[in-house]
Design a protein around this ligand. Sequence first.
Ligand code: PEP
Ligand code: MN
Length: 288
Amino acid sequence: MNEKPGLVDKWHKVIEINPPLQFASREGKPEDTIVRVNGIDIGGPEVVVMAGPCAVESEDQLFSTARAVKAGGAKVLRGGAYKPRTSPYSFQGLKEEGLKLLAQARAETGLLVVTEVMDARHLELVCRYADILQIGSRNMQNFTLLEEVGKCRKPLLLKRGMSATLEELLQAAEYVMKGGNREVLLCERGIRTFETSTRNTLDLNAVPMLKRHSHLPVIVDPSHGTGHAWMVPRLARAAVAVGADGLLVEVHCRPEEALSDGPQSLSPDSFGLMMNELRAVAAAVGRC
Ligand code: PEP
Ligand code: MN
């Protein structure tokens, strides 16, 4: 886990970061950062699973999904209340009503809540309900938003832009950390490539490379990384094997009825099976 950048020479040079990172780099802080949120350690020995629907759709949908992911062993409930959708005619999220449902699901299940903040104008509101903020791929280089989140005292799950290099991801994390918020979780969620059979290409290279250059925890999202529910458990296993500190997984109580990302959402049963399989992989690589 504790990999050092090592000598920067022609063979070992990996990413030359200029200007250098002051807060996000492993050189500046050799030991792994553990982000502790309400008693849950992210970046320690445990692989922390964050699971739930792409979007909060209704009380019934959120609560049945939350109970299922809790039963499977997830520690954090995910769910979008503000959804960045390609088409303005697609479901845009329940907004504050969605945030309230997330807070109610937290009260019932004890799960922490991670949810996306799309706009600095909503930050105060989202902070009132979320345990962990999420900045999505489309906003990874929204520098105003990064700076505002830098002033918050809430951990941030920062998703890699779909065409962003690892250096750009680290520089985006640096924006947040420079502002004073040192609790950033880096998230690999797949990048755009020429391949069309999957929604994105999950770049598992990112895990060892980010961990080599940064002390921050690394989370993998195999749902957006593949776009296919049947692939998710396989890529989740690979992510744990390669050293991910956590997973972000879409689960829906009835994937076929989902208002967004149904095809990549696991059913509660397949989530439970995946979690059982992951225990063995985690143990094999010295994690739990
Ligand atoms: C999401 O997590 O639902 C999401 C919108 O992800 P991304 O920003 O990676 O596309
Ligand atoms: Mn989604």
